[in-house]
Design a protein around this ligand. Structure first.
Ligand SMILES: [Ca+2]
Ligand SMILES: [Ca+2]
Ligand SMILES: [Ca+2]
Length: 410
């Protein structure tokens, strides 16, 4: 097999937002249990495709096209346990919402799981109000989380919308599990534990927990998830302080993957907690995403860091669903770049390196930009059980430069 490639200049842009730390820190005082700070959820007139939106991609050593052009191989369900997702958002039009095949919309609990008509509307259930519609009433947090996972590019208005960015794992199947009562901001029906158990019982491989909650029932549900090889990914919190084990649940619970926040300069975000139970750091500042009611917003904090990691882990599982939580963790840890701060776990993810390690590829790379006649640069050999389909591989990083490739099978 011969691969012809053309070098594409990557756009390395500098952040305009290095001085926002204090602002973000002040904003963190307005937070309740949700690990995010959204600017009221909506910034109108703000070009969503501005350079900062590349942050979360850049902090993973990759770019959006690279992410999107690597194929997904298997269906993976990600449960977003949050405030509910506005599943009617225009950028979610093609999203694969999870459906409970064992229910019928008839006012009865057909599958006998204790919930009437669950999993038929918007991908899940509302454990905050105990009804079958997980649509948020007030809070945009859940929609923010889903945006960085599965939003699709909207091309109609490229200056305003997600022209350069979409979710990290757009083929994910999303389970939309609302756990909070939006007025009280609490789980008055024990929704946080119910939602976790529901996700496990219905096939979720990843559960996103971008919040802080520590009820006994909830801890038991976390253990249930971990025992069943479901990967729980949780935000480490936005108070900018050191957290010992047990100080912040679920992120410091053993077996949960705790996610902190870095800036575009790969420094720890001023609002990110840190400590022995932080596992990885993801990008956190002004991450563009979706809000309820066809709105677009930017979101900052460890919540959105966590959502990115959940999507990334979902993608990894789609390559090889047989991987356990420990397999995934080891893979991420092996392809992490430490940041210059103690107690920040393995640091940020080198997605490019990670994907290369997953590729089952033994290929001759030919750089058409160096010579008129194609020149062989290097033969890369790697193998992994989750190997890529070579004919669909469209781009690859090579020695820190990005290439598009035209594949020729010989
Ligand atoms: Ca039911
Ligand atoms: Ca029913
Ligand atoms: Ca509802």
């Amino acid at each position: 097999m011969k691969i012809m490639k053309q070098k594409i200049k990557t756009q390395q842009k500098k952040s305009m937002f290095t001085k926002w730390g204090i602002v973000l820190f002040l904003m963190s005082f307005f937070l309740f249990t949700l690990n995010t700070s959204t600017f009221g959820g909506i910034i109108t007139g703000d070009p969503i495709n501005s350079e900062r939106n590349w942050g979360y991609i850049k902090m993973m050593n990759t770019d959006m096209e690279y992410l999107l052009n690597i194929p997904d191989y298997n269906d993976i369900i990600i449960a977003i346990v949050d405030t509910g997702i506005d599943y009617t958002h225009e950028a979610f039009a093609d999203v694969r919402w999870w459906v409970n095949e064992n229910e019928t919309l008839n006012g009865l609990d057909d599958d006998g799981n204790g919930y009437i008509d669950d999993g038929l509307i918007g991908g899940g259930y509302d454990f905050g109000y105990m009804d079958n519609d997980p649509m948020p009433i007030l809070n945009g947090h859940g929609t923010n989380m889903a945006g960085v996972m599965v939003a699709k590019n909207i091309v109609a208005d490229p200056e305003r919308k997600l022209s350069k960015q979409g979710g990290i794992f757009q083929n994910a199947i999303i389970m939309n599990l609302k756990w909070q009562h939006e007025i009280s901001m609490n789980a008055i029906f024990g929704g946080e534990a119910k939602a976790i158990r529901y996700a496990v019982d219905n096939g979720a491989r990843v559960i996103n927990c971008s919040f802080n909650e520590s009820s006994t029932d909830f801890i038991a549900a976390l253990e249930y998830a971990i025992t069943n090889n479901v990967i729980v990914v949780a935000s480490v919190g936005n108070s900018g302080t050191y957290k010992e084990t047990g100080d912040h649940y679920p992120s410091t619970y053993e077996g949960v993957i705790g996610i902190g926040a870095v800036t575009e300069e790969a420094d720890i975000s001023i609002l990110s907690n840190y400590g022995p139970d932080v596992d990885f750091m993801m990008y956190s500042q002004f991450v563009s995403t979706l809000g309820p009611g066809d709105t677009y917003s930017t979101t900052t904090g460890t919540s959105i860091s966590t959502a990115q990691m959940s999507a990334l882990i979902g993608r990894l599982l789609s390559y090889d669903p047989s991987m356990t939580r420990d397999d995934v963790y080891a893979l991420l840890a092996a392809h992490s770049i430490p940041i210059d701060h103690e107690d920040t776990g393995h640091g940020r993810i080198d997605y490019k390196g990670l994907v290369q390690s997953l590729m089952d590829i033994n290929t001759t790379y030919v750089d058409t930009t160096i010579n008129e006649e194609p020149a062989v640069l290097e033969i890369i050999e790697a193998s992994h059980s989750g190997g890529f389909n070579r004919t669909t591989l469209r781009s690859l990083y090579y020695k820190d430069q990005r290439y598009f490739m035209n594949l020729e099978i010989e």
